[in-house]
Design a protein around this ligand. Sequence first.
Ligand SMILES: [Ca+2]
Ligand SMILES: [Ca+2]
Ligand SMILES: [Ca+2]
Length: 272
Amino acid sequence: MLSKWFSRLYFFTLCLTLTCILAHLFSPKVVQASPLPPFFINEIHYDNAGADKNEFIELVGISGVNLNAWSLHLYNGSNGNVYGNPYTFSDLTVADTNNGFGFVTVNFTNIGKSIQNGSPDGIVLADELNNVIQFLSYEGSFRANSGIAAGLMSNNIGVFEPSNTPLGYSLQLTGQGNQYQDFTWATSLQNTFGQLNVGQSLVPISLAGAIPVSEPKSISLVILVAFGLLIFSSYKILSLFLNKTPVTLQLLGRLVEELQGVGLEPVKGSRL
Ligand SMILES: [Ca+2]
Ligand SMILES: [Ca+2]
Ligand SMILES: [Ca+2]
């Protein structure tokens, strides 16, 4: 009698353990489903009254990231081709200057380059693997014919610098957030070279926006399997203690009956 009740308990525990394993394998887990690109173009100056000066592109992004091998490519919208050599960042770890974000600015005038005045013209930001992170344009949009963005359409920022733009002004992203889509391009404002833009607020990145997805949980699975084996071992030992023949085969037979009850058949040729 004791053995019968114990075998029922064992069968119940075995089924419960299997159910836990399956439930755990497919239960949602909160992870950052798609990491944000760590950097995006934040400010641009390409034209001003008189001779163009201090033409620059500013990036903003997550501090602590090393921009080594990231690059900026300038595109001429009149033919869709790259002009000049790309600017490639060397070993540069971005400092935290605002809520976990930092700014990086390339002054093209200072390195003997100029940024064309449209219309339209474009800028590509690429990561260290040459993935195009952004392909922005001003004074219209166009398709790239060559270079790193060949075949891609540009995203027109919708604002521009007229030829009478005061020296020291620029186009800047305004608004609140922590990714490019959170902000809006504003018409020319006093530039904020290497600093937070006018009307811009950077929100720290957290898991608040994380998306639940199903992922295997290998460590937890190992623990659950070990728990199941422990129960099995305990049963074997107690069976010996009670001087009863282990009823494992009976239990497996019962499991087969249960599976048949829900329309599942054991594998043909198996010992079951
Ligand atoms: Ca220019
Ligand atoms: Ca042009
Ligand atoms: Ca700025």
